[in-house]
Design a protein around this ligand. Structure first.
Ligand SMILES: Nc1ncnc2c1ncn2[C@@H]1O[C@H](COP(=O)(O)OP(=O)(O)OP(=O)(O)O)[C@@H](O)[C@H]1O
Length: 507
């Protein structure tokens, strides 16, 4: 025991441990940074970017790190490149680590909810903002446990550096043993130092997991809200000024001869639709008729083959002379369109509180000062009756409340037109009413809305105009009274089917 304690506190062994730590930190940092870019490249849409990166990862993951180390140390000098033993070991470990980290990070990125990423794109987040504010914080939660394991594995792999003569912890232990033959106390002391180091990694992992955990975020948000309550900004009253719909109102959303196809399958076949300021238009149609695609196409999120969408003269997804916009110009174009959208499955950012969700567009897209964004978000949440839930995370809310946060998030950007993609179809029947009422209240304020729904009773009470789609074509449109007196046989057949076994259309 005495020998063990002597070796456990021996500076010679601890100096070796420091070398192991240097290798670990250098290789892990390099692995994570380079691995991040490799992960992005391996997810590229272009095969000529993807393929070489995937091949690199495949080869590195498939060969022992010891082999890579010896190869690097012995082969490079033959090309006139000579590194010290430490640099060679660091390089070999880093290169190996890039492949493993790339795979871990790729998994994390892919684990981020697709709906949230689509929402970010619809709101006009730039690719970088989407990555930094939405994807990475959520991916971190998913990858930290695996990354912790990887760090412990790497710590153990640093012992391989002794093969090329790096005088790290394992080598120092062996050197002592070769002189005094006290195998047990020396090797157990070396092992104990490795355990101390890996325990430090575990402690760091625990701390970081807590920091990025949802509970910690909620706690921080509550503290911050208490601080910001003093610095609240007064906004002019009512962004949603009452603008009652009038038949003579000007067109605000103009969809002209829109064709959308996924690969060779036509999904929208020449849709022309004009929505006037303050008007509420409800889209009806069977599942697969193209309602969601139409809403996505308005924000250039679906592959439009021809046709145009303009909002108050602002073309979406195209230049003023009708050419398709380049990918990198789409976020700015969407952000400037004044179109807000509410999704069927809410697509709330899971790691943000209700207030942060509602602040996301004013802050991250419109780049308003924090206090102004906060005030707008607060007002939007108040308008949907959720003032007392500002610091709640999405998972702490009911489905109906989550959807109302979704509505508040869209409202906080003060849109000119609001799109709803089946806003209640993911909700339990008892929660549908609260969301429908929120949308009706919005209609009363004069908000221009285009709503896709299967809820015909709701359509009857909110719509100024009904539009019926079938197989991607606009088959019938007219006042809500058409729900009782459809003009086309296909709309009548749709209504009969929808109402088989349901309640009658309200008069
Ligand atoms: N990303 C996609 N790739 C290929 N086809 C797609 C894609 N998105 C939608 N479609 C197809 O487009 C058609 C219209 O789909 P869409 O979601 O717009 O219908 P919908 O009327 O909104 O249906 P629902 O009421 O069930 O939501 C469907 O046939 C669907 O399979």
């Amino acid at each position: 025991m005495q020998d063990f304690l002597t070796y456990l506190t021996l500076p010679y062994l601890w100096e070796g441990a420091v070398i192991a730590i240097e290798l670990l930190v250098g290789a892990l940092a390099g692995g994570i940074i380079i691995g991040f870019f490799l992960a992005l490249a391996s997810l590229s849409r272009h095969w000529w970017i993807r393929l070489p990166v995937q091949t690199y990862i495949y080869i590195l993951r498939g060969t022992p790190v010891l082999l890579q180390l010896v190869l690097l140390y012995n082969v490079l000098p033959q090309f006139g490149i000579t590194f010290s033993a430490f640099t060679s070991a660091l390089l070999a470990l880093t290169i190996n680590e890039t492949a493993f980290c790339a795979e871990i990070i790729r998994g994390g990125i892919q684990s981020t909810d697709r709906d949230q990423r689509m929402a970010a794109q619809a709101f006009g987040f730039s690719r970088t903002t989407e990555m930094v504010r939405i994807v990475i914080p959520q991916a971190l939660r998913a990858i930290l446990p695996t990354l912790g394991n990887e760090a412990v594995g790497l710590l153990k792999s640093t012992s391989l550096a002794s093969v090329v003569g790096v005088n790290e912890l394992t080598m120092r232990g062996q050197t002592i043993v070769s002189q005094n033959f006290l195998f047990i106390p020396v090797l157990v002391a070396s092992g104990a130092i490795y355990v101390i180091l890996s325990s430090s990694i575990a402690a760091m992992q625990w701390y970081l997991e807590r920091r990025v955990g949802l509970e910690h975020r909620a706690k921080r948000a509550r503290k911050q809200q208490a601080r910001n309550a003093v610095a609240a900004v007064a906004l002019p009253t009512g962004p949603y000024a009452a603008r009652r719909f009038s038949e003579n109102a000007a067109t605000i959303l103009d969809i002209d001869d829109l064709h959308v196809a996924y690969r060779d399958k036509t999904v929208l076949d020449g849709i022309t639709l004009r929505v006037r300021r303050g008007e509420v238009v409800v889209l009806l149609g069977r599942s697969g008729s193209g309602k969601s695609t139409l809403l996505k196409a308005i924000l250039a999120l679906a592959p439009a083959k021809s046709g145009s969408v303009t909002v108050e003269g602002h073309p979406i997804g195209r230049t003023t002379d009708g050419k398709p916009l380049r990918e990198r110009h789409l976020p700015g174009n969407r952000a400037a369109s004044g179109v807000g959208i509410v999704f069927q499955h809410f697509a709330l950012f899971d790691h943000m509180t209700a207030l942060e969700n509602a602040m996301s567009i004013p802050r991250l897209v419109q780049r308003l000062p924090e206090a102004v964004a906060r005030a707008k978000a607060s007002r939007a949440l108040a308008s949907v009756g959720l003032s007392s839930f500002e610091t709640s995370l999405p998972h702490e809310l009911s489905g109906g409340q989550q959807q109302r946060v979704g509505i508040a998030r869209a409202l906080a950007s003060e849109p000119n037109v609001l799109l709803f993609d089946e806003p209640t179809s993911a909700l339990d029947p008892e929660l549908v009413r609260e969301v429908n009422q929120t949308i009706r209240d919005l209609a009363e304020t004069g908000m221009t809305m285009l709503i896709s729904t299967h809820d015909i009773a709701f359509a009857a009470t909110v719509a100024d105009r009904i539009v019926f789609l079938q197989n991607g074509r606009l088959v019938e449109e007219g006042p809500p009274s058409r729900l009782q007196a459809p003009e086309t046989e296909s709309f009548a057949a749709f209504l009969r089917q929808e109402f088989a076994g349901k309640q009658a259309v309200p008069a």
